[in-house]
Ligand binder design. Structure first.
Ligand code: SF4
Length: 190
């Protein structure tokens, strides 16, 4: 058993879907989604948990939530069924990158660091980073730039290699255009 599966499985099983729901996902649909997720992760510079059975369980949970709510909310968290309230936990959630940076895995351990993916390390428990409901969506920029609305919630990062721009809490692990590493990004606007 690898990739910190035991604690993460317990978390997933305490989630929102039942075993009956889980059994409603056809095998072909599951496989197709896993392959697609692996492809997207690879192209974006991310890595999935090396425990393929565990990944299938998580992806099955994502599909069940998608069938139930209309969007793939995190299989390890309670979704509300109201998309506006769950935007931050639609997979990949807003908390994936900082959790991978700090703990080597996302909250569910679906996405992991390169060393965990290679089997050189194991994922441990990841504390919940999602703020309480009353504090969500309150992020504001500390130093607004002239002409930029103060309501923009994230800084803008620029890839110094190819000029790719993105607005998010932290720069991506790899530039999706030129595959430059995270350390090649600079804060372009905040
Ligand atoms: S990326 Fe976020 S939403 Fe997706 S499985 Fe991991 S913790 Fe859950």
């Amino acid at each position: 058993m690898s990739g910190g599966r035991s604690w993460a499985s317990a978390r997933m099983k305490s989630g929102v879907y039942s075993e009956v729901d889980m059994n409603e996902v056809p095998g072909a649909t599951l496989l197709e989604r896993v392959v697609s997720l692996e492809k997207d992760a690879g192209e974006g510079g991310y890595f999935l948990n090396p425990d393929t059975a565990f990944v299938k369980d998580l992806v099955r949970g994502l599909i069940v939530n998608e069938m139930r709510f209309g969007y793939p909310s995190c299989p390890c968290r309670l979704g509300t069924g109201k998309k506006a309230d769950d935007l931050d936990i639609i997979c990949p959630c807003d908390y994936r990158d900082p959790d991978i940076d700090q703990y080597g895995a996302c909250y569910c351990a679906l996405y992991v660091s390169p060393s965990i993916h290679r089997g050189e390390a194991h994922a441990g428990p990841v504390p919940e980073r999602r703020p309480p409901r009353s504090q969500r969506g309150l992020k504001t920029r500390e130093h607004p730039s002239p002409g930029i609305p103060e309501t923009l919630p994230y800084p803008i990062w620029r890839c110094r290699v190819c000029g790719y721009l993105c607005a998010r809490g932290e720069p991506p692990q790899l530039c999706p255009i030129c595959k430059a590493g995270k350390d090649r990004f600079e804060k372009f606007m905040e």
